[in-house]
Design a protein around this ligand. Structure first.
Ligand SMILES: [Zn+2]
Length: 245
């Protein structure tokens, strides 16, 4: 089924009551949710419609505290290396309600990363020039070139292999994936800097990578001890408990 057919065939009037019924059942089973929320971890993840965090984590209400935007970014557009006010609000509130584990989730086939990378193209499949995503990623506030400067093309393959991640099918895909990972680490650093100033106890900031297009689709988590990613569908690379799942 094409994406157009998928959208045309979908009956929200039917699916929403079904979804709400499931949420209500989960809610009723968990009295602790009635008074307040105490989510176990927070995810910064992309708005991409193929990147649904509750389904990826296979959890119901009350477990994941989410911050979702184009390209899973915490930065203020136009102001490199500075958090947006919205991100500051989110990070602060998440810590306030007790979240101590924050994950920056990059994902495969990310339109933001792809278009920022391919900013010389005139028009994308949606009929838009590539400047939009490039400017968002330039996140990052820097130039369109900033995306490709995160990891040089000639270094992309060794960058991914060193991290334990598979390379892409083409050199361009390898480079885009490397940029996606480097971008996630960059957001992690911003979060680390913020929490180190905020105080209030130890907080873990992690990086994960979700790849829908892999068969089977896969989630990788970065292990700080090993300095490598490992596939969460396999056992932990070092038995260090870094996944804490
Ligand atoms: Zn994306």
């Amino acid at each position: 089924m094409s994406s157009d057919a998928l959208t045309a065939a979908h009956d929200f009037k039917k699916s929403i009551p079904e979804g709400m019924k499931k949420i209500n059942e989960d809610y009723a089973r968990n009295p602790s949710l009635h008074a307040s929320q105490k989510p176990l971890r927070a995810y910064v993840y992309c708005s991409d419609s193929r990147d649904p965090i509750e389904q990826i984590c296979n959890v119901g209400p009350g477990v994941v505290f989410g911050y979702r935007n184009i390209g899973n970014s915490l930065e203020q557009q136009g102001t490199p290396e500075a958090l947006s006010q919205d991100a500051i609000n989110w990070l602060t509130y998440a810590a306030h309600i007790g979240v101590r584990e924050f994950v920056i989730l990059g994902h495969g086939n990310c339109g933001c990363m792809k278009n920022a990378y391919a900013c010389n193209c005139a028009v994308d499949e949606h009929g838009h020039g590539h400047g939009m995503e490039a400017d968002i990623l330039g996140a990052m506030g820097k130039s369109k070139r900033f995306a490709t400067d995160l990891v040089k093309a000639e270094e992309a393959e060794s960058y991914l292999r060193k991290l334990g991640l598979p390379v892409g099918a083409t050199p361009a895909e390898t480079h885009i994936k490397a940029i996606t990972i480097a971008h996630a680490f960059y957001q992690q650093k911003l979060a680390q800097d913020f929490f180190s100033k905020l105080g209030g106890g130890p907080i873990k900031e992690k990086v994960e990578y979700f790849e829908l297009e892999a068969t089977p689709c896969a989630m990788w988590a970065y292990c700080e001890d090993d300095k490598k990613f490992y596939n969460l569908s396999e056992s932990c690379c070092c038995n260090c408990g870094c996944a804490s799942r």
